[in-house]
Write a protein that binds this ligand. Structure first.
Ligand SMILES: [Zn+2]
Length: 328
């Protein structure tokens, strides 16, 4: 993702404690309890027991992320992203999710690319919908880019959220969209070369008359890094931002959901442009300051199961608050 950053947060020193090693991670999430081989997790980065984070299992979200990274660079239209799509859909089906897949062709500066949005849908009792978003593609302009944080972490979080939510009837429907084509194929700042999947989905919702049912959109992107600080995105809808930040504060996460603001262009914008309430949860600033953003250094040793657990907890608790607000 890319953004016009206006306020930078302080640089957070990230120590790769206890022997980090990058790459080559394999995990077997489907079979449940198999630990991922990969970087050693430092004690301060270990996920709390799931019952301490609303049932959300940060280690499991980390293992999903490691599996995604094991497919290698996953730019739109690549063989690796096809494997990624099959993996995401397979996990969602195994978790009892109802899935809609939207295959579409995107006109990009490097030609027409086949892309796919995958939407897991948990039914509600009325028409209202809460929409959660992640992108799963990785940027193609950096060689050997595996996107542990940018494309991986938020998708790992969403797979864990789907595991918890699918098959459980909700007062308000919850849709979890795994979006393709967030990243630029050549240059974010030219030719509208970004957010292909989210623009496709927002346009479809409008065409099919479903926009009015979407009561809130929560986007997660780059939320698994060590030393995580999520600042308030100034493009995002104020009441929804306040709801998420006050939920985080009630859970004691003021040190992660910080009061500073920044501005980030991202997949929430096509939904904002259609008049929907949307919020982007992202820590781009720290990752840029560390020198990892859109570099081959965006690897699993930068990821903290604890950060994933905290954001997963806040997203689930925010969904609960939204369900209270919009149940019919
Ligand atoms: Zn990116």
């Amino acid at each position: 993702m890319l953004g016009g950053l206006r306020i930078s947060l302080g640089i957070v020193a990230v120590a790769c404690a206890m022997g980090c090693s990058a790459g080559g991670n394999k995990s077997n999430v489907t079979s449940g309890s198999v630990a991922a081989a990969g970087p050693v997790i430092a004690p301060q980065d270990k996920a709390p027991a799931p019952q301490q984070t609303g049932g959300f299992d940060g280690q499991r979200a980390y293992d999903y992320t490691a599996k995604l990274v094991s497919f290698g660079p996953r730019p739109s239209g690549s063989d690796a992203i096809k494997k990624t799509q099959d993996y995401i859909s397979g996990e969602l089906r195994a978790d009892g999710c109802q899935i809609d897949e939207d295959n579409f062709n995107a006109q990009t500066p490097i030609g027409t690319l086949a892309m796919k949005n995958i939407v897991a849908k948990v039914p509600g009792t009325g028409k209202n919908v809460i929409l959660l978003l992640t992108h799963y593609d990785t940027v193609r302009t950096t060689p050997n880019f595996v996107g542990a944080e940018d494309g991986g972490s938020s998708t790992g979080l969403m797979l864990e959220a789907a595991r918890l939510l699918c098959g459980k009837k909700q007062p308000v429907a919850i849709w979890m969209a795994f979006l393709d084509g967030e990243e630029a194929m050549v240059d974010w700042n030219q030719n509208n070369d970004h957010t292909y999947g989210s623009r496709q989905m927002a346009a479809n919702l409008e065409l099919t008359g479903q926009l009015k049912n979407i009561k809130a959109v929560i986007l997660v992107d780059m939320i698994g890094q060590k030393g995580l600080h999520i600042s308030k995105d100034s493009y995002s809808t104020p009441w929804l931002t306040d709801l998420v930040w006050s939920t985080a504060a009630k859970l004691g996460y003021q040190n992660v959901f910080v009061p500073q603001t920044s501005s980030t262009e991202d997949d929430h914008q096509p939904f904002l442009a259609k008049g929907l309430a949307a919020v982007d949860l992202i820590d781009l600033n720290d990752y840029i300051n560390e020198g990892y953003w859109h570099t081959a250094q965006d690897t699993m040793d930068k990821i903290s199961p604890k950060s994933l657990a905290i954001v997963g907890h806040v997203v689930l608790a925010s969904v609960d608050e939204l369900e209270k607000k919009f149940s019919q």
